[in-house]
Design a binder for this molecule. Structure first.
Ligand code: SAM
Length: 328
C-alpha cells in the first residue's frame, strides 16, 4: 500500500467520524476532530450521550485503520488535512497552521543549528494546532528530552494535545497567554510561528523592554523578548516573523534589545509565492542568546528561498546553506 493511500485512509477515518460527531453533538467540525482523536487515542468511544447505532457506525470507521502500525508523519499529515478542512469553517488568519513546507524546512534548520547536541528541550509559545511542533518532534524526537507548547486558544491547544497523543509524543501543554508569566524553566530551543499584530493588553506589555512608547505594542516583538526570557544562555530561537520586522516604527527598541541579549544567526526569506499578499510574507529569523562561548558569525545566514517546488534552485540553495554551516 502506498504512503499516500495510508494517509488518505487515516484522513477518511478522522473525517467520517468527525462528520458523525459534529451532527450528533451539534458542534464545530474542529471540535469534532478533537473528540474523534480522543476516541482513537483511548481506543473507546468517550461520548456517553451517543446512541448505540451511532457508536456502532463510529466503531466501524475506527476499525478500518490500525494507528499502532502507522508512523507519526502519516498521522500528522492526515490530522492536518482534517484541521485544514475545519479551519475553512472559521479561523482568523493569525491562527493558521504553519504550512508543511515551512515546518519541514525549520526541522532541517534545527538539525543544523542543534548538531552535536542531545537531550535538549524545546518550547513553542504559540503552538496552535501543533503542526510545526509535531513535525519537529517526528524528525528529532530521539534528541529531544522535553517539549512544551503554549497557546491562548483552548480549542487549538486541545487539537495539539490530541495530535501529539496520536503521534505518540509527550508534550507538556499550557493554555494561557504566553505574554503573561510562564511556569517553564529556561529551554535550549524556542521555535515559534509568531502571532503577528498588536497585543491588546497595554498593562501587560509594560513588563517588556520592546513595548511601544505609545499605544498597543506588537505582540510579535513581545513574543521574541518573552522567548529570550525563557531561553538558556547559548540557546537558539527560530521564529517565523513578518518580512518588515525591522522596518516599522517599533523596530528600534526591538533592535536595541536584541543587540544587548542575542546574536543574530540568520534571516531567511520564504518564497513570496507562498503568501496571498506580499504584505503578509514571512521570514525565518534565527537568533542565539548571548552567553559563554557564543560567537557572532562572521556573516549572518541571509537567504532568499526559491519556490520549494523548484527542486534545482532549492538544491543549489541547500548546498550554499550547508557551506555556510561548515564555515561558521
Ligand atoms: N505553529 C502553529 C501550528 O503549526 O499550528 C501555528 C501558530 S499560529 C500562526 C499563531 C498562534 O498564536 C495561534 O494559535 C494563536 O492562538 C496563538 N496566540 C496568539 N496570541 C497569543 C498569546 N498572547 N499567547 C499564546 N498564544 C497566542
Amino acid at each position: 500500500m502506498s504512503h499516500l493511500t495510508e494517509m488518505e485512509k487515516v484522513f477518511s477515518a478522522i473525517d467520517q467520524t468527525a462528520i458523525i460527531l459534529r451532527k450528533e453533538l451539534n458542534c464545530l467540525y474542529l471540535e469534532a476532530i478533537a473528540e474523534t482523536g480522543e476516541n482513537m487515542f483511548h481506543g473507546e468511544i468517550l461520548q456517553d450521550e451517543l446512541d448505540e447505532v451511532t457508536k456502532k457506525r463510529l466503531e466501524r470507521e475506527y476499525e478500518s485503520i490500525n494507528l499502532e502500525k502507522i508512523d507519526g508523519e502519516t498521522i500528522r499529515k492526515a490530522y492536518q488535512l482534517a484541521i485544514l478542512k475545519g479551519m475553512k469553517e472559521a479561523v482568523q488568519p493569525n491562527h493558521q497552521m504553519t504550512p508543511d513546507a515551512v515546518s519541514l524546512f525549520v526541522s532541517y534548520l534545527i538539525g543544523k543549528f542543534m548538531e552535536g547536541k542531545s537531550n535538549y528541550n524545546l518550547l513553542d509559545p504559540a503552538v496552535g494546532a501543533g503542526n510545526l511542533l509535531t513535525t519537529i518532534l517526528n524528525h528529532h524526537h530521539q534528541l529531544i528530552d522535553a517539549a512544551y507548547g503554549i497557546d491562548v486558544d483552548d480549542l487549538l491547544i486541545k487539537l495539539t494535545y490530541v495530535n501529539a497523543n496520536l503521534q505518540k509524543h509527550g508534550v507538556q501543554l499550557f493554555n494561557q497567554d504566553s505574554l503573561q508569566p510562564l511556569f517553564i524553566d529556561p529551554v535550549d530551543l524556542v521555535v515559534c510561528d509568531l502571532p503577528v499584530g498588536y497585543y491588546p493588553n497595554d498593562e501587560g506589555a509594560k513588563a517588556y523592554q520592546v513595548r511601544a512608547e505609545e499605544g498597543h505594542s506588537y505582540a510579535h516583538h513581545l513574543f521574541i523578548e518573552q522567548s529570550l526570557n525563557h531561553m538558556k544562555d547559548g540557546a537558539y530561537g527560530i521564529f517565523l516573523v513578518p518580512n518588515n520586522l525591522f522596518e516599522t516604527e517599533q523596530a528600534k527598541s526591538l533592535h536595541a534589545f536584541l543587540k544587548e541579549v542575542a546574536v543574530i544567526q540568520g534571516l531567511i526569506q520564504l518564497p513570496l509565492s507562498m503568501f496571498k499578499q506580499e504584505s503578509m510574507a514571512k521570514s525565518i529569523f534565527i537568533i542565539q542568546k548571548k552567553g559563554e562561548g557564543v560567537v557572532t558569525p562572521k556573516q549572518a545566514l541571509l537567504v532568499q528561498l526559491p519556490k520549494f517546488s523548484n527542486r534545482e534552485a532549492m538544491n543549489d540553495m541547500m548546498t550554499q546553506m550547508n557551506e555556510w554551516f561548515r564555515n561558521c
